[in-house]
Design a protein around this ligand. Structure first.
Ligand code: HEM
Length: 257
């Protein structure tokens, strides 16, 4: 198989002290809603999650209004026959509308952006798994197909996507890929200015892709902020405990030494 090009974009949630940028998650939710949701589902996320701390933190009334845009199929309605009704905060986002478009709830955890060197995984230790970087790179990775490819080769050439179709004509004598990436079934989903933000944030493809990648990182790991906070508290606690134990030990053994 070939390799995809993943760019190490900077995200606010990186590093031991990183946390989600609430406004960025709200923008990412908007991109998901206006663009990605026409094909991709987000079926592990409930509407009420949008108001929880550490996420997009939509005010309660906005979250309720957002849920009401959706219809869900309720099996208990119409004497057990089931019927559609307006969604409530307890319902989840729908499944993918397009059969071959994967659900995006956990995508940022299911894909990696970094590896190596030489299969050691050291890059992942220092840079993180890179799921959000991968998604952002994928959305920025569409390019003109290379000259080696037949014109009618199916799909869209994307330098970040490694798992798609690849023409024989672009392989060398040993079967190695001569160009990065592969051909993906997803058409380039976003273009410059496709989404209009009310906060005036930039809306070129790179900005939109960062926002939606951050939002999908949150959907895959909603408790990242709390986890990092607990880790920090733990380290501080252990440092204080270690200092006290050291001093206690000194005092207890002082008469003997
Ligand atoms: C695949 C993200 C919009 C159709 C994917 C993948 C991601 C993704 C992360 C998985 C790639 C992999 O397997 O490594 C997004 C985002 C979107 C978006 C963030 C919005 C900005 C769309 C739209 C469509 C679509 C609008 C339909 C027109 C597909 C299809 C695949 C796919 C068919 C499977 C591709 C394959 O396996 O060849 N998308 N997508 N996506 N997406 Fe999207």
């Amino acid at each position: 198989a070939g390799e995809g090009h993943v760019t190490d974009y900077a995200f606010s949630f990186e590093g031991p002290f990183g946390s989600y940028d609430t406004m960025q998650l709200q923008r990412g939710l908007q991109v998901y809603t206006e663009v990605c949701a026409s094909c991709h589902g987000l079926s592990y996320v409930a509407f009420r999650n949008l108001s929880e701390p550490g996420g997009p933190e939509l005010p309660e009334d906005q979250m309720r209004a957002y849920a009401e845009f959706y219809e869900v199929f309720d099996e208990t309605l119409a004497d057990g026959e089931g019927d559609f009704r307006t969604a409530t905060p307890a319902d989840r986002f729908p499944h993918s509308a397009l059969a071959n478009a994967p659900d995006l709830s956990l995508m940022a955890k299911a894909r990696k952006g970094f590896e190596g060197p030489y299969g050691t995984g050291l890059s992942q230790l220092f840079n993180g798994m890179g799921g959000a970087e991968y998604i952002a790179s994928l959305l920025n990775g569409y390019e003109e197909p290379p000259a080696c490819a037949p014109e009618d080769f199916e799909g869209y050439y994307n330098v970040a996507f490694a798992a798609g179709g690849f023409p024989e004509e672009c392989k060398d004598d040993h079967g190695h890929h001569t160009v990065p990436g592969s051909w993906i079934a997803m058409p380039p989903p976003i273009s410059d200015g496709q989404v209009e933000y009310i906060d005036g944030s930039p809306t070129h493809v790179e900005a939109l892709s960062h926002d939606v990648a951050a939002f999908l990182m949150w959907s895959a790991e909603p408790h990242l902020n709390a986890r990092k906070q607990a880790g920090l508290t733990g380290i501080i606690f252990l440092t204080v405990l270690a200092t006290l134990l050291y001093l206690t030990n000194k005092r207890i053994w002082a008469p003997v030494k």
